[in-house]
Design a protein around this ligand. Structure first.
Ligand code: NAI
Length: 300
């Protein structure tokens, strides 16, 4: 069965280039009406240019699809509201939001300035809030929504020289974890991807031979599926790059219970360290309340 988005409206931030552009084109091909948002900034977030979003809208229209451009920055509340207003004015609804806009200001932590910290957090994390918040209200009323956050292996696993970016990307997992619960009753599903793809963001980081193999078009199918009516999963994180797709998760292991001696000492922790750090029975939890099951014997 083909996955289609006929009658649905998809808002893609940062859709003027790289990954976002491929999502916009594919959503349109599959019948969605698309808002192509892009500030048209350079990789470090400086500058603005409407031509990036316009070119993608042109491409969609040439192919017979429906799309409208928006040039607001995701990083302000006003910008986020305008992006969603663009969808409402042009198409009357918002069903899908792919939070994809992003920038880099790489520096080792000792050299990281306040500005470099703030702007990266503003685009990735604040941007996700500013765009998703007005859309979430509409999705709640509709009783249907699909939201994607774009994390990164840099945040999930670590990357030298990206403390600002890694923090912002990991924070999106926290945002997803809250929204998957707040959206569940309204059929709003929220998932996170950690892509690896050839784009201007990675062109001077990845070796050429590898860069060529990591087509952004390989990330697109996962985004399509996660935004479809057919997908019923929420609150999940996925690695994807070059044709590799895998779920990754924050997991909790059963660990060990230390009790019965009144006081628990640092030496008790040291003695039990291999059990405390053992991940062999780890599993993902649905919410914070699930951690109480592990403490249950202590809470009787
Ligand atoms: P890209 O640089 O080709 O695309 C990002 C787009 O976002 C650009 O067109 C830019 O103009 C736009 N943008 C930047 N700031 C904006 C703002 N304030 N408001 C609206 N638009 C803005 O980069 P790429 O690789 O396509 O990245 C897309 C997303 O994927 C980003 O969130 C990035 O952090 C993430 N990502 C990419 C990876 C990769 O391997 N390419 C790896 C991990 C994450």
């Amino acid at each position: 069965m083909a996955i289609r988005f006929d009658g649905k409206v998809a808002v893609i931030t940062g859709a003027g280039s790289g990954l976002g552009r491929t999502y916009a084109l594919e959503f349109a091909k599959r019948g969605a009406m698309v808002v192509v948002n892009d500030l048209g900034s350079s990789r470090d977030g400086s500058g603005a240019n409407s031509s990036a979003a316009d070119a993608v809208v042109e491409e969609i229209k040439k192919g017979g699809g429906k799309a409208v451009a928006n040039y607001d920055s995701v990083a302000t509340v006003q910008g986020g509201e305008n992006i969603i207003k663009t969808a409402m004015d042009a198409f009357g609804r918002v069903d899908i939001v792919v939070n994809n806009a992003g920038i880099l200001r790489d520096k080792t932590f000792v050299k990281m300035t306040e500005d470099e910290w703030d702007i990266v957090l503003a685009v990735h994390l604040r941007g996700a809030f500013c765009v998703t918040a007005p859309a979430f209200k509409i999705m709640r009323e509709q009783g249907w929504g699909r939201i994607i956050f774009t994390a990164s292996g840099a945040g999930l696993y670590g990357n030298f020289g990206q403390s600002n970016y890694a923090s912002a990307k990991m924070a999106l997992v926290g945002l997803m974890n809250a929204l998957k619960l707040e959206g569940a009753k309204y059929n709003i599903l929220v998932n996170t991807i950690a892509p690896v793809a050839a784009s201007r963001m990675t062109e001077d980081v990845l070796p050429k031979e590898i860069f060529e193999k990591l087509k952004p078009e390989y990330v697109t199918p996962l985004v399509m599926y996660l935004c479809s009516d057919e997908c019923k999963d929420t609150g999940m994180i996925f690695n994807c790059g070059g044709g590799w797709y895998s779920r990754t998760a924050i997991m909790c292991a059963s660990g060990t219970i230390i009790q019965g001696k009144g006081e628990i000492t640092a030496e008790d922790i040291m003695a039990q360290w291999s059990k405390i750090t053992d991940l062999s029975d780890a599993k993902p939890l649905n919410n914070i309340g699930d951690t109480f099951a592990y403490m249950a014997p202590l809470l009787k």
